[in-house]
Design a protein around this ligand. Sequence first.
Ligand code: PMV
Length: 297
Amino acid sequence: MTEATASGKVYLFGEHAVVYGQEAICAAIELTTTVRTRQSDTISISSGLGNTGIDYCVHPYVSAAIETMMPEGEGCGIEVNIESELPVGSGLGSSAAVTIATLFALNKEFDKGLTKADIAKVGADIEKKIQGSASLTDTYVSTFGGVIAISKKQQLHVPDCAIVIGNTHEFSSTRKLVADVAALKNTHSEIINPIIEDIGDIARKGIGFVQKSDYNAIGQLMNVNHGLLDAIGVGTCKLSELVYAARNAGAYGAKITGAGGGGCMIAICDNPDDVAESITNAGGEATITHIRKTGVE
Ligand code: PMV
């Protein structure tokens, strides 16, 4: 049996602006997906979503990973078992984590000799094939772990403060939100373009504060970043309620993470129990986590 574990991710800064070439900072989190594989006569995939063979409805990413990595030949099969701590479709990178963990396990299982960089690339291609378009960020962060400044794929110092995630459980479509921002940008380019650039400036300035673990400054910039995400239309009432609940409980800063329009927010703090309780009282599902230093392993 081969076992591989890969992490989900959060954006400390820069989502949406990154689509327009601006800087963003992403961090791997200790919420992970573990994939166990064993060679067999047939192909089977089991997870919390069900038990299937190759099935692009129930297990699209794992099906694509198997078809990419499986050697040709009769009687060649694989059992894949998935256990995930990452909620599906809430902007925490669950699809990247399952894709990267599956590729990593199958790379060992079938002795393919791919490097981690190769795996990140194949994973990004699979996400693109399944989702139509996808940024390289989720698969890259899941593969390499730590905190990454996206533009140059620079690994930053890993702050050890707690991260509290608040899930609104509101459905969020990244594709629709990216399109909505593009439409707003087209209609009011003279207003929206500077906001996009400001978000990029926040991420660029944020690099220095992450390197120094300056939580007060990181938190301040997260708060500004949240306001700007609200300004470009990707906030929701529930997300802001959870963001304010976290700040009122003493978090250094709190913001949307990912596409917005629902999904999750994050707060950084050193009193995670208080912040989590406040998020829960405001109607969110709170999860305490930390940044995961290691990549897929
Ligand atoms: O919510 P997620 O994890 O799909 O993140 C979306 C991030 C965007 O910047 C909005 C889009 C992208 O592809 O970078």
